[in-house]
Design a binder for this molecule. Sequence first.
Ligand code: ADP
Length: 190
Amino acid sequence: MKYYILFGPPGAGKGTQASAMVEKFNLCHLSTGELLRSEIAAGTQLGLQAKALIEAGSLVPDEVVEGMIESKFKSVQGVDGFLLDGFPRTIAQAEALDSMLDKNGEKVTAVVSIMIPDEMIMERIRHRASIEGRADDAKEEVVANRIKTYHDKTEPLVDFYKATDRYHEIDGVGTIDEVRSRIFETMEKF
Ligand code: ADP
């Protein structure tokens, strides 16, 4: 099985690019943000816990997302691999992922990291807010907190994965098609 990580700051275009990637390489798209939003919509206990944290632009506890991911690894069939989108988001999550995979003799295949400058993050999220209506996109201070959380907690993963030689950076500035071709070119190497 292939285990790709789609990495990048909020608004980098992970969700947009993920659909083309899963189709081309027969992967299961696992977006922790989407999984959490469906828990909230379904009004589950987990959704209730996650809602306030997400709406403040903070992260939900590591164990919560790790549990969601592990149960998908066990239940999803008929694919050539997984595309992890929004996970891991902390060093602890990355270590948990390594041990989940290690138990089955597997490892992370590659990290595809879409990079855009901070100014563009705000701009893209403002645009998305007007289309998708996500609660965590609506308030500037929440978006600012997500950017801060990204720099503090998630960006350290760049060095974590660079040390494994599986880190591939893609320039996320350009049209959707341009960015998609850059991603495919990289993924075709695996
Ligand atoms: P974006 O990439 O645009 O920030 P996501 O849809 O990936 O948005 O995530 C939305 C929110 O869900 C995050 O701001 C965070 O609160 C929560 N979340 C998603 N993935 C994780 C994760 N791996 N660990 C902790 N919290 C997460």
